[in-house]
Design a protein around this ligand. Sequence first.
Ligand SMILES: Cc1cc2nc3c(=O)[nH]c(=O)nc-3n(C[C@H](O)[C@H](O)[C@H](O)COP(=O)(O)OP(=O)(O)OC[C@H]3O[C@@H](n4cnc5c(N)ncnc54)[C@H](O)[C@@H]3O)c2cc1C
Length: 385
Amino acid sequence: MTLPNTANVVVIGGGVMGASTAYHLALKGCKKVVLLERNSFFGIEATGKCAGGIRYQFDTEINVKLSRISLPMLDRFEEELGQAIDIRKCGYLFVLTREMDVAEFKRQVALQNSLGARTQWLDGDEIRRRLPLMHYPDAIGGTLGPDDGLADPNGVVQGYISGARRLGALCLTDVSVTGIRTDHGRVQAVETEQGVIETPIAVNAAGPWAGQIGRMAGVDVPIVPVRRQIAVTTPLPQIPPDFPFVIEFARSLYFHREGPGILTGMSNNSEPVSFSQNVDPEWEMTHLEAACQRMPLLEQAGISSRWAGLYENSPDAHPILGAVDQLGGFYCIGGFSGHGFMHGPVCGLLLAEEILDGKTSTLDISSLRLSRFQQGKTTREYNVV
Ligand SMILES: Cc1cc2nc3c(=O)[nH]c(=O)nc-3n(C[C@H](O)[C@H](O)[C@H](O)COP(=O)(O)OP(=O)(O)OC[C@H]3O[C@@H](n4cnc5c(N)ncnc54)[C@H](O)[C@@H]3O)c2cc1C
């Protein structure tokens, strides 16, 4: 496929954010939308390496509101796009083992309920009753989101890419963006290894690489890559089909059913900023020891697959979404800090509204703009796993 010389919008990055943005732009009637992905396949970076969790359980109003729109979009996805995405409403069960988290999570239950999410508080005995395969003598409480669960990230990306193409968008793989030309404070063109596309609008949807794309445009986009890793076990027939997505919050240690086995991850809070996606064997050992302590059954299983991927962390663990004040025609959709897959549908829609209508109508995104960092108007999301 040859590169076009001109476009109305160039979207950089073909993960869930770029794919959703391209689809929603095309759905709203935008012509000459071009999406560029440097890999040979769409959705194989952060999106393809994620755990697939979708939840209403967040600490800030804006994140709960994003979920309140995005998760129903996932429910309607197959009907809208003709692509199955394997939604499983198995529920998220946050297990708390530290007193300091109890008041915070009780406050969150009230916030989430006030915004329409059905989160419930559970005491320690109820957690032990619901998780007979797990060893949580020290659980002091927790929260259950009955409408939280899992969906297939690959299906979501493929659905949006196919939908965007049907509506006329050009979605290309094997095209690496190398520069962004600007003049008089506006985007003029996107440079790639295969040529230059003149465009008035460039969307930075490069996930963990969003800081690099920002630098190409002369904009400081404070998004950094941090490695996170996952292991999936061989089959464990003892795991019931309705086993929830369990998160031990204090250690960011999580478990969910993946096919006939268990997918487990644990975040290393000392992990440095880097683009490394090699599995760290030492951390894997620490992680699996912790996992076996909490779920002794895992000792009977082997590891069927393991991988590392990159979180795309922003300073306050909220996305950077919308127009960038200092450069006309430059837009960001990134920095989801490890929970972006689930917000991909709504954020692509919101960005399409902002680009085409000059403002969003579905939800006010003023608190998510890049300018919040200069203005010191940030609030940190507590429920980062
Ligand atoms: C281990 C792990 C577990 C996670 N679990 C969950 C979860 O359970 N639930 C959840 O909601 N989220 C989860 N996340 C987070 C989620 O994966 C991300 O927030 C989300 O996928 C980010 O999507 P993205 O499109 O911004 O990034 P990506 O999917 O990384 O897409 C960015 C794309 O940009 C491309 N690109 C970069 N530079 C260039 C360039 N110069 N030219 C062209 N293309 C370029 C990249 O190749 C990449 O394909 C997890 C992440 C990890 C790593």
